[in-house]
Design a protein around this ligand. Structure first.
Ligand code: S3P
Length: 439
């Protein structure tokens, strides 16, 4: 085995138990808020400047897409991007959304609202993900689109009207697509969300001068739907922070601090769950910037116990279930994640990937209906080889398991980590994690 010397590595990688993880980390910008800052900036009148933007593969797909719509998006200097909002034009070529579901689904709504046409394509993972959930409500608003239920999808320029849509699955991407499409009509636009999911779009719309109302579980756009350019400072991504912080909770002797993390309550279900499991995680220095709460997080190793996570909490931790399943493997007793069926249609079938990967490392886990069940152990044998199916969060989760297992844990490919957390390997190595490239 040879140690890894550079980040953005591609290929196979093994993580081994190398003792405690300690230090202060700088977690990159929130992926969801970064996409929205770019897209809403492009829909606004005037200039929007963005600091803290996540410069990951997924977000750079949104940058490239907006340029194809004729928007001037620039990296002015390190840590400052600018977007000059203007009327969108129909791109001359198909837009490649790569692995990014947020790029595809939010752009469908935004482009529909702008009355422009577009063909969206993606990689093989994205092409297998459901798009009907976005196309159906947009079609009910008058969008003329081809009949497919997955990418590639072609939208034709259309004049939109209103809608009153009830989300069948709690999806912030679907909710956002409808709200963004609604900017292109003066008719009534309402979205009912039976379970609340991340609310960054509505917060940013309001920050940019759009009237968004909430009555109970129903959101609606008011008469004022024009956006004005603004300055946005993106908080650090709690979904990325979860990997090193949960690693600190499970690796004996560890303590890790991360400043400026989004603690928007629609994103902190994983912290609530870890605290219920007995984890030593604290939030200090809470403040609000651009309508978004943020705080500093400290996580320390301590004993964990299994818990039952109710389905209502899943939307606020939907991307963290894989790394929480790693925490569950290290906890005393059984953990049940209820209502996690949506994980089957993420970047991979994450229920299948987690069960297969945990079992390969000596941890009992199974799926029962829409529940994921993990039997915790006091020692993790490890030694498994993980087929990530090109899923960044599966790769990061099992690299964390390797930091606590008795034998190294190997993942088949780490390149996709760049879609959300390009510095993950370096950041973990700086804390004391050890990665080797298998020969
Ligand atoms: C996201 C919403 C979630 C999440 C994804 C990002 C967003 O997807 O899993 O990583 O930025 O709106 P769903 O809306 O499909 O649940």
């Amino acid at each position: 085995m040879t140690p890894v010397g550079s980040y953005r590595a591609a290929g196979r990688l093994a993580a081994r138990n190398a003792g405690p993880l300690q230090g202060d980390i700088s977690v990159p910008g929130d992926k969801s808020i970064s996409h929205r800052a770019l897209i809403l900036g492009a829909l606004a009148e005037g200039r929007t400047t963005v600091s803290g933007l996540l410069e990951s593969a997924d977000v750079l797909r949104t940058v490239a897409a907006l340029r194809q719509f004729g928007i001037d998006v620039r990296r002015e200097c390190a840590d400052r991007w600018s977007i000059e909002g203007r009327a969108w034009r129909t791109p001359s070529q198909a837009i490649d959304c790569g692995n990014s579901g947020t790029t595809a689904r939010l752009l469908m709504g935004a482009a529909a609202g702008q009355g422009v046409g577009v063909t969206l394509v993606g990689d093989s993972s994205l092409q297998s993900r459901p798009m009907r959930r976005v196309l159906d409500p947009l079609s009910s608003m008058g969008l003329d689109a081809d009949g497919s239920s997955s990418l590639p999808v072609t939208l034709r320029p259309s004049q939109l009207g209103g809608t009153a849509h009830r989300l069948a699955t709690p999806s912030a991407q679907v909710k956002s697509a409808i709200l963004l499409a609604g900017l292109g009509t003066s008719d009534r636009v309402e979205v009912e969300e039976p379970m609340s999911c991340r609310d960054h779009t509505e917060i940013m719309l309001a920050e940019m001068g759009c009237e968004v109302r909430r009555e109970g579980s129903t959101l609606s756009l008011g008469d004022r739907r024009r956006l004005s350019g603004t300055s946005i400072d993106v908080p650090a991504d709690p979904s990325s922070a979860a990997f090193p912080l949960i690693a600190a909770c499970v690796v004996p002797g560890s303590k890790v601090r991360a400043a400026g993390i989004s603690v928007n309550p629609t994103r902190t279900g994983w912290i609530e769950t870890m605290v219920e499991m007995g984890a030593r995680i604290s939030i200090t220095n809470r403040r609000t910037v651009n309508g978004e709460p943020r705080g500093d997080l400290i996580a320390e190793h301590g004993p964990l116990r299994g818990v039952t996570v109710p389905a209502e909490r899943i939307p606020s931790m939907v991307d963290e279930v894989p790394i929480l399943a790693i925490a569950a493997a290290c906890a005393a007793g059984r953990t049940i994640f209820e209502g996690v069926g949506e994980l089957r249609v993420k970047e991979s079938n994450r229920l299948d990937r987690m069960v297969t990967g945990l079992r390969a490392n000596g941890v009992d886990a199974h799926v029962d209906g829409d529940c994921l069940i993990v039997e915790g152990r006091d020692r993790i044998p490890g030694g498994g080889r993980i087929d990530t199916h090109g899923d960044h969060r599966i790769a990061m989760s099992f690299l964390v398991l390797g930091a606590v297992a008795e034998a190294p844990v190997e993942v088949d490919e780490v390149e996709m980590i760049e879609t959300s957390f390009p510095d993950f390997l370096d950041l973990m190595a700086a804390l004391g994690a050890r990665f080797d490239r298998p020969r």
